[in-house]
Write a protein that binds this ligand. Structure first.
Ligand code: IPE
Ligand code: IPE
Ligand code: MG
Length: 242
């Protein structure tokens, strides 16, 4: 583990877990096995982030666009979500993980929705790390639902009176600060509709490592890289200040 000064460890790390199918294809294995191997990486990453002092970890598990995949692949991904939650909830609880699930959950079958609700209720008061799983999530969906939720909460107002601070509590990531670091595995340099609002000033770390091969050494590489960033937020920044 790299010894980073606590001040340089991001509070919130987001990960786009990409590359499962390419990992399977390289080994002539079925796609479902790539996804299953990917799911097995999650526990170690949660523990490693927790041990390094990361307070919020958000994982992109299934996008609003992923429904366009073949039906058998979607159903194996749903099966894995069920399996992961059934297997991990008690372990998460014992490790002080607070579980949140964000996305349009209404499209999932009732058993999966119940598991998500049970897991969130059981772990709601844990404080070691907040693990947010984004499932049937899209950044555009989130902004739309937030505007609609704001309007429902303020039926007497028009959107002309809404500002960023008023919208924020209605966004599905309202429980977390914006991520300082995004890691995307799998070699693509894009955001694919993840946390569009929240990533306005996030540092973006892209690695060719396929998600099932992700390890704590890649995490440490990303944290080390992050610690050297000069985050300016549009202002002068520490290196250019005069
Ligand atoms: C990420 O891996 C998992 C999901 C998007 C659900 P992919 O399934 O996208 O695998 P690649 O990127 O095609 O290799
Ligand atoms: C992003 O990966 C979504 C998840 C990891 C859940 P995709 O594989 O769906 O993204 P694209 O299609 O390469 O942009
Ligand atoms: Mg992909």
């Amino acid at each position: 583990m790299h010894d980073l000064p606590p001040a340089t460890v991001p509070q919130h790390v987001a990960i786009i877990m990409d590359g499962n199918r390419r990992w399977a294809a390289k080994r002539s294995l079925p796609r479902a096995l790539g996804h299953a191997s990917g799911a097995r990486r999650v526990r170690q990453v949660v523990e490693a982030c927790s041990a390094r002092g990361v307070r919020y970890l958000t994982l992109f598990a299934f996008s609003t666009e992923n429904w366009q995949r073949p039906a058998d692949e979607v159903s194996s991904l749903m099966g894995l979500l069920v399996h992961y939650l059934q297997k991990e909830i008690s372990n998460m609880h014992a490790s002080g993980v607070c579980l949140k699930v964000v996305g349009d959950l209404s499209r999932f079958d009732q058993r999966l929705q119940n598991l998500m609700a049970t897991g969130q209720a059981l772990t709601a008061h844990n404080t070691k790390i907040t693990l947010t799983i984004a499932a049937n999530y899209g950044g555009r969906w989130d902004m739309m639902q937030a505007v609609q939720a704001w309007q429902a909460a303020h039926p007497d107002k028009t959107v002309a009176s809404m500002d960023e601070a008023a919208l924020r509590p209605h966004l599905s990531m309202a429980h977390a600060p914006d991520p300082e670091l995004l890691i995307r595995t799998g070699g693509e340099s894009r955001i694919s509709n993840f946390m569009l609002w929240q990533m306005a000033y996030t540092e973006l770390f892209f690695t060719d490592t396929l998600w099932p091969d992700f390890s704590t050494s890649v995490l440490d590489e990303a944290l080390q890289w992050f610690s050297a960033r000069d985050r300016r937020f549009g202002a002068s920044g520490s290196r250019l200040a005069c």
